[in-house]
Design a protein around this ligand. Structure first.
Ligand code: NAP
Length: 246
């Protein structure tokens, strides 16, 4: 895929799925703006991309903060004149059965996973509308579609992302902007590595392909949604889950 000249923002790009998306966009020559809450980890990913002769800029920001999102986007627009792609990937979990779930665990998950998507989409949408071009890909989750005990907060945030995706897709479709969501199943990243072996084995049993996915398997599909080839696809939610939900 040739993405030369495309300016892309990827949130939560310091590791896991976000890092894989950033590396894969850079590989196809897009300019990649990495956004993450921790600067030091961002610098490591930026170094990897530079070592492969990619064009990369790293900014630390907390996606849950409206002002930080708007200021960052303004800065990117000043430096690069446009934003072609936005990948809302940053996300967190704070699991617990509702009986024991703390209010702060509800608030922080909704703030990062759902409000973060609002903050960055709102920040980029005006310039995408003026350019009559844009691609937004939101990383939701299979549990936003099927629910999961112990994840009322996370599942609600991801179901919210799906509703947001479809509504925004309808608002901007006639302006040359597509908005889609990806709903990964279990992917091998730090988000899932803390699970006990017993829990991981139980999940694997439930997955027809009998394994977790890799960050790159998600990144390649994100890149497809951003590409010219996907220009007539909007408002869709694509599962990448080894058959876990059909
Ligand atoms: P990850 O390895 O934990 O990476 C998430 C990144 O987002 C981290 O670098 C994290 O920084 C950053 N981040 C967290 N809060 C942030 C904030 N407020 N502002 C900016 N950056 C923030 O997770 P992942 O597995 O790659 O997940 C990426 C996305 O895929 C998430 O939206 C997740 O919900 C979704 N997803 C993952 C799976 C899976 O099985 N892994 C399945 C379905 C969906 P810190 O590490 O410093 O917090």
């Amino acid at each position: 895929m040739i993405l030369t000249g495309r300016v892309s923002i990827v949130t939560g790009a310091s590791q896991g799925i976000g890092e894989a998306i950033a590396l894969s966009l850079a590989e196809d020559k897009a300019t990649v703006i990495l956004v993450d809450i921790q600067k030091n980890k961002l610098d490591e990913v930026a170094e990897k991309i530079r070592a492969r002769k990619g064009s990369v800029f790293g900014y630390s920001a907390d996606v849950s903060q409206f002002d930080q999102a708007s200021e960052l986007v303004e800065r990117v627009l000043k430096d690069h004149q446009k934003i072609d792609y936005l990948v809302n990937n940053a996300g967190i979990t704070r699991d617990g059965l509702l009986l024991r779930l703390k209010e702060e665990d509800w608030d922080s998950v909704i703030a990062v996973n759902l409000k973060g998507v609002f903050n960055f989409s709102k920040a980029v949408i005006r310039s995408m509308i003026s350019n009559r071009f844009g691609r937004i890909v939101n990383i939701a989750s299979v549990v936003g579609l099927m629910g999961n005990a112990g994840q009322t907060n996370y599942s609600a945030s991801k179901a919210g992302v799906i509703g947001f995706t479809k509504s925004l897709a309808r608002e901007v479709a006639a302006r040359g902007i597509t908005v889609n969501a990806i709903a990964p199943g279990y992917i091998a990243t730090s988000m899932t590595e803390d699970l006990s072996e017993a829990v991981k084995n139980a999940f694997v049993e439930f997955i027809p392909m009998k394994r977790f996915g890799t960050p790159d398997e998600v990144a390649q599909v994100v890149k497809f949604f951003l590409s010219e080839e996907a220009s007539y696809i909007t408002g869709q939610v694509l599962g990448i889950n080894g058959g876990m939900l059909m």
